[in-house]
Design a protein around this ligand. Structure first.
Ligand code: AMP
Ligand code: MG
Length: 442
């Protein structure tokens, strides 16, 4: 049995908190974090996917720019169809792309103009009757159903007026955001630079993945899972070399990592004799916000910050402040994630993501657990919020979930086959089959 780590006493003062308290602490700090100054860059539209807007997207004209037909049919005056069936005289046709011709294509009393989806509503008309409710013989349109004024077209400017903000700065772009940018003609976008997130794996047993591991050695997979998660959350990973469980080397690597916008450490945060990460951070005058969360896996997770080293660039920063009105961050946040691969991955999703979102320029997003029906009973112990690897299956509105068989927090293979985690609250010893249970998606 390793003896308790005598160095973790300072950090331990910050305490082990509940899952919700830990998450709220991170969110509070994230609310105050933002991208470094002068952090915008211009990218091509599609390269903007997954990036965060540094500049709002504004309507360059009215949307729609003309009263736009939403059905194929006939542009009519609704008052002509108070009694149906009714007969109207066909006086013209507009298709998508036809410019409205003032005075040429006008719907008068008792008249109709053929119209296609996406075409501009001709003058005089106030509704569109769907082609399905009509029949045409020669130039006579027989209409079998009445319409209300305003039906089946979108008035000019109803979606947005020219100059109106369509997407705010701080929005992370998905395909719909890309479509908005395309619709206002933005082939280039101003986005925030991705935050640089240092990834530092610690442990005497670790080797790089292209080395042949000795009998007691382990390949470093955490730097890879973390780099992938960082990328997925909107950051860019900065790779630091594997650092052994030696105080001096840890100190040096941590200092290097603090040059980035955020530092993620894995390993060395448990209670073992060689878990020296908290000690190394304490020696760098770290402030700890929590040194554990009542969760499983991932209980020893650590969150804190160090003062940013501004001594060498104080002049540059103060002049930058006056020029831009934006202050440089005075601290650098770090997370110490437990080294067990599943713990590393889970604690990233639970705690690290909102900080990366904030540093990327977004408002950190709340964590929401959708629910699925549990297929087989779960028995566990109370006291910790558990995030258990599971398989979400079923179809359409029948979401079912079942725990994966796994050998604990080191079992990456079981995790890779799973696709979510079932969340078991700390007061539950038993969850019945058939219950709707919260799920953390992956
Ligand atoms: P620790 O948190 O340092 O006590 O490590 C817990 C377990 O995770 C040990 O079995 C380590 O070998 C393993 N582990 C730690 N770091 C890594 C890593 N970077 N990649 C894969 N496994 C790791
Ligand atoms: Mg270790």
């Amino acid at each position: 049995m390793p003896s308790p780590n005598p160095y973790s006493s300072v950090a331990a003062a910050a305490g082990v908190v509940s899952f919700e308290a830990a998450r709220h602490l991170v969110e509070q700090h994230a609310m105050g974090a933002r991208p470094a100054e002068a952090a915008a860059e211009t990218v091509d539209l599609l390269a903007g996917l997954g990036r965060v807007l540094a500049d709002g997207i504004v309507a360059d004209r009215d949307f729609p720019p003309f009263a736009r037909a939403t059905r194929d049919g006939y542009a009519v005056r609704a008052s002509d169809l108070l009694e149906v069936p009714a007969r109207l005289e066909l006086v013209g046709e507009v298709k998508a792309g036809d410019a409205p011709r003032p005075g040429v294509c006008v719907v008068g009393r008792g008249q109709a103009v053929g119209i296609m989806t996406g075409a501009p509503l001709p003058a005089g008309a106030d509704a569109i009757v769907m082609v399905e409710h009509t029949s045409l013989s020669g130039r006579t349109v027989e209409v079998r159903r009445g319409v209300s004024s305003g039906e089946n077209f979108v008035p000019r400017g109803a979606e947005a007026g020219a100059g109106q903000l369509l997407l705010d700065r701080g929005r992370r772009l998905d395909h719909a955001g890309i479509a908005i940018a395309a619709s206002v003609g933005k082939s280039r976008l101003q986005v925030f630079r991705k935050p640089r997130v240092a990834v530092l794996s610690t442990g005497d047993e670790l080797v790089e993945i292209d080395a042949l591991p000795g009998p007691a050695q382990i390949r470093n997979s955490n730097s890879y899972s973390l780099a992938a998660q960082v990328q997925n959350a909107g950051g860019g990973a900065v790779w630091l070399p594997i650092t052994p469980d030696k105080p001096q080397q840890l100190g040096a690597s941590i200092e290097q990592g603090l040059d980035s916008d955020l530092l993620l450490l894995t390993g060395g945060v448990s209670m073992g004799k060689y878990d020296l990460v908290e000690q190394a951070l304490t020696e760098l005058n770290a402030e700890f916000y929590f040194t554990g969360a009542e969760i499983q896996p991932g209980r020893p997770v650590v969150f804190g910050s160090c003062a940013a080293d501004t001594s060498t660039c104080a002049d540059v920063l103060s002049s930058a402040r006056t020029q831009t009105g934006v202050s440089a961050p005075d601290k650098r946040y770090f997370f110490g994630l437990p080294g067990n691969p599943v713990s590393t991955m889970v604690t990233f999703e639970l705690f690290v993501r909102p900080m990366i979102e904030a540093l990327a320029g977004m408002t950190p997003q709340p964590l929401i657990f959708p629910r699925a029906r549990l297929k087989s009973e779960i028995r566990t112990k109370t006291g910790l919020t558990r995030f258990l690897p599971a398989m979400l299956s079923g179809e359409f509105e029948e979401a079912e979930v079942e725990l994966a068989r796994w050998q604990g927090s080191g079992d990456i293979a079981a995790l890779a086959r799973a696709n979510c985690y079932v969340v078991v609250p700390p007061n539950r010893e038993r969850v019945e089959a058939g219950e709707w249970v919260p799920v953390l998606m992956r």
